[in-house]
Design a protein around this ligand. Sequence first.
Ligand code: KG4
Ligand code: ZN
Length: 335
Amino acid sequence: MKKTNEIILAIETSCDETAVAVIQGGNKILSNVVATQMEIHQKFGGVVPEVASRHHMEQITLVMEQALEEAKVTMEQIDAVAVTKGPGLVGALLVGVNAAKAIAFAHQKPLIAVHHIAGHIYANRFQAEFDFPLLSLVVSGGHSELIVMDEHGSYDIIGETRDDAAGEAYDKVAKALKLPYPGGPQIDRLAQQGEDTYNFPRAWLQDSYDFSFSGLKTAVINQLHKLRQKDQTIDQENIAASFQSSVMEVLVEKTYQAATAYEVKQLIVAGGVSANKELRERMEEKFKDSSIQVMIPPLYLCTDNAAMIGAAASIQYHQEDFADLSLNANPGFML
Ligand code: KG4
Ligand code: ZN
């Protein structure tokens, strides 16, 4: 029998954040350090994989030392080492996986391989305990999924994007608007000052919980081309508000339909796009008269971090779902 108040050292390097956290009992953050590379990638308008891996290598030891120091724990007190196995950029993932393996081997600690999306979902475990069945809307730079969970560690994907992920559409539309990377927060900010005047298409995809955002993205880009060709001024606020309205209306409506159809007790919103102000407000509003409890992480746990990896790893620790030292990064890891 494993101890209940276990302390996990968790590592996340799947994209452009080098993150290490120390988590106790699955829901208590002892430390949560995130070294972001955002400014470095901004120069290139997006994440450059080789640059990301190099920076992870430079940062990982420092971030790990800082996380242990802030948590006031030594490696001897750590019960397991957890790491994101995938999905993500392979060169970036490998830095975290190798660091985790090295430290687990050196200190003879069990190793836990975590799925990045499970991590995003479990970011909500710092708010409240999960109550099953639950529905999770995961919206990040690489994923847009509706997932039903009947118990810890069980994931039934009932809907997913057929093309661009929601965050990806945000980043591409932001690029077309000549806004810096990452585009999500920029569009979020502009949209708050604009109105839905363009009425861009909504991809309902009848009788399916799937999503599609590439048609909308193309509609926005075409609109921008037309305005530029005619030398007309571009009202960035209204374009942003119109694009966002179209994304959010579909996300919220489909989520509500799925939550009702599957008779879930909780709705979890997760992934970088869950930081979006309009999504948070619309989701709360839509569910306010229902008995379904809505959980959305605080802003600092929406985007990539290692605390969420530690929370997901805690479940695997108690299920004794350990990896061995042959663990490898898996950029296409399935949930
Ligand atoms: O979960 P995350 O940090 O990384 C991935 O796993 O992909 O998500 C990053 C994505 C980016 O596409 C970013 O533009 C988007 O989340 N994002 C937002 C907001 N903050 C981050 N999208 C809309 N509104 C936001 N406030
Ligand atoms: Zn993520």
